[in-house]
Design a binder for this molecule. Structure first.
Ligand code: JB2
Length: 213
């Protein structure tokens, strides 16, 4: 089994590491983070260094696992790793369900209870967080984050880097643009344009502080 180089040392990284070890408890894992100090603990492991550590210490077959919650930072890390010739791995918790004819991009994370139903296409670096679901024939752009408990009905399209807040739902066939923020608990019943922030039931555009819901 290849050595896993996990990038990130925050809350999301703890969840990704836990899922990785739930699938393979004996997997060798190195934790790296460019901002956190070496030695910072991550569950039973600790940070060894940052990107420089990998460049100096990589071994044939090493795979990179992005475990940073920020959508842009996660995508940037994937791009850096692939440019450097590293394979970027997708982590699927053993309690997640992936249907037939699903396509998952590199560096995705499917948490416990996540469901991706048949014929959906999921881009690179997408987080399908705890108990979030993507129904059939959806198209999910690169770097999207579906927070816990999100429900996407069938044939929904989400643009790149869009953040769907905890418990939000999108009804069938709707198209949501790139860099959208959907607030927690929203019910999206109409299409949403690129960069909009929407919330409520039914969801409507609104201004909110520049932070994740
Ligand atoms: O460019 C970067 C970056 N590079 C490394 N931007 C950001 N925001 N973080 C970066 N990191 C590393 O990711 C930081 O040094 C730190 O170790 C980690 C971020 O940790 P934090 O606990 O702040 O967030 P997170 O990304 O692990 O988790 C967020 O996203 C999850 C999906 C939280 O909002 C969680 O609650 C959420 N479940």
């Amino acid at each position: 089994m290849s050595r896993a180089i996990l990038f990130g040392a925050g809350g999301h990284a703890r969840v990704v590491l836990d899922a990785l070890l739930a699938r393979d408890p004996d997997r060798e894992v190195i934790v790296l983070d460019d901002a956190a100090p070496a030695g910072r603990p991550l569950l039973h492991l600790s940070v060894s260094g940052g990107r420089d550590w990998l460049l100096a210490n990589h071994r044939p077959g090493d795979v990179v696992i992005p475990a940073i919650g920020d959508n842009r930072a996660r995508l940037a890390l994937i791009e850096w790793a692939e440019k450097g010739g590293f394979r970027v791995e997708t982590v699927i918790h053993p309690a997640a369900i992936v249907g037939r004819e699903v396509v998952l991009g590199a560096g995705c994370f499917l948490a416990a209870g996540a469901i991706v139903n048949p014929c959906s296409t999921v881009g690179r670096g997408v987080i399908v967080n705890t108990a979030a679901s993507i129904d059939h024939d959806c198209r999910i752009g690169d770097g999207v984050h579906l927070a816990p408990g999100v429900r996407l009905c069938g044939t929904v399209t989400l643009g790149a880097r869009t953040l769907v807040g905890v418990g939000a739902v999108v009804i069938p066939g709707r198209t949501v643009g790139a860099d959208v923020v959907i607030a927690a608990g929203a019910a999206v019943a109409a299409d949403v344009r690129d960069g909009q922030r929407v919330g409520g039931v039914p969801a409507r555009p609104f201004a909110m502080p520049d932070r994740e819901p």
